[in-house]
Write a protein that binds this ligand. Structure first.
Ligand SMILES: [Zn+2]
Length: 369
């Protein structure tokens, strides 16, 4: 009798272990707690919040000095309204303008404005690719992120423990002709935005120049909580990304708008890409770059779901596709690389980190109890 009980217990234990090792399924998607660490909610119509609630997401909306987006004041206003409406689900990150950079009061004014936004709930600060690619100093030279003119602001963030999300440079495809790019999403973005398509602007800095400036900056701020947006613009090689993460232990990266680049790599070396995610499970944040803009025909955006009626279904489909790739072993057709892609079926504990707990740690949020 005792033996039989023991055997039954062992069988249960084994079944439990086997069960724990099964990856999530597509059907688990909405039930698992998730955090999208890179979206842009540029209207306060609550459509984004509603679909996030339905799909089990908290969202981090990143304000950014992007000419395609509403003005910075308007972005901040939307963020304040949404964070007041649903502080548990909606989070935001502030940014600053480069207007007056180098002038006497720029650092003091910028720090004051950052502190005011942090006080209103911002979880960090974003810098965009305009630093390095657009903004020029009084001598007409491009301003790089490691310019000493940023020291006062960056030291302030470092000292206060305020995270910095940095979109620096661009995907490597940006320096290639359209037909040589590896993904359709890059191809369509750079077709739409020739001003940022560096292949057309050989007088502009090279990919390597921008990445090196970014790395010098990160090295100079070893205590800064640094998040490399878009896989730190090392989306084309998990080997290069691994080197970056090894070299700078204070960094994490988000996956926003670069999943197809990862899928492109896993088509040729599935095991290597899967090993990368498992090895760096503490250093990767799920992010989509989903963007909801005001329904204004003159506004363009990186992922332009301009038809608000369709936004919810597009966001839902986008999120589910990423889930199928990361969390399950299902095969799906990915239009952007015109390929059938098998899911990585990452272990559940890894999925929970990438989809939730890493973001909570990096953005200094305590787990809800
Ligand atoms: Zn973005």
């Amino acid at each position: 009798m005792v033996k039989a009980l023991w055997a039954a217990g062992a069988a249960l234990w084994i079944a439990g272990t086997a069960h724990a090792e099964q990856p999530y399924t597509a059907a688990d998607f909405a039930q698992v707690r998730k955090f999208d660490a890179h979206v842009h909610a540029n209207t306060d119509d609550h459509v984004f919040l509603d679909i996030a609630a339905r799909d089990g997401f908290e969202i981090l909306s990143i304000n950014v000095d992007y000419p395609d987006f509403p003005l910075l004041d308007k972005q901040a206003e939307v963020a304040h309204e949404l964070v007041a409406a649903d502080p548990r689900r909606f989070h935001f990150v502030t940014t600053f303008s480069m207007k007056g950079f180098g002038a006497k009061n720029w650092t003091k004014d910028t720090n004051r404005q950052i502190d005011a936004e942090i006080h209103r709930g911002a979880l960090g600060v974003k810098v965009w690719k305009n630093i390095g690619m657009v903004e020029k100093d009084t001598h007409g030279r491009l301003i790089m992120l490691d310019d000493p003119g940023f020291d006062g602001v960056m030291n302030h963030l470092e000292a206060r423990g305020i995270p910095l999300i940095a979109h620096q440079a661009e995907p490597k495809n940006c320096w290639l002709p359209l037909e040589a790019m590896t993904t359709d999403n890059d191809r369509s973005y750079f077709r739409e935005h020739p001003e940022y398509h560096m292949y057309l602007h050989p007088e502009q800095p090279s990919y390597e120049t921008l990445i090196t400036a970014r790395d010098r900056f990160v090295a100079r701020h070893p205590k800064l909580n640094f998040i490399g947006a878009h896989l730190g613009s090392l989306e084309w090689s998990v080997d290069e990304l691994a080197k970056f993460l090894d070299a700078y232990p204070n960094t994490t990266v988000d996956l926003a708008a670069r999943m197809t680049q990862v899928q492109y790599q896993s088509k040729s070396d599935y095991a290597k890409v899967r090993r990368f995610f498992i090895k760096y499970q503490e250093r990767i944040l799920y992010g989509s770059d989903l963007t909801e803009n005001p329904p204004d025909a003159t506004v363009r955006a990186q992922n332009p779901p301009m038809d608000l009626a369709q936004f919810a279904s597009e966001a839902d489909a986008f999120w589910r596709s990423d889930w199928i790739y990361l969390a399950t072993s299902d095969v799906q057709h990915v239009e952007a690389i015109d390929a059938d892609v098998k899911g990585l079926a990452l272990p559940k504990r890894v999925i929970v980190k990438i989809y939730y707990t890493n973001a909570k740690r990096v953005f200094g949020q305590r787990q809800p109890t």
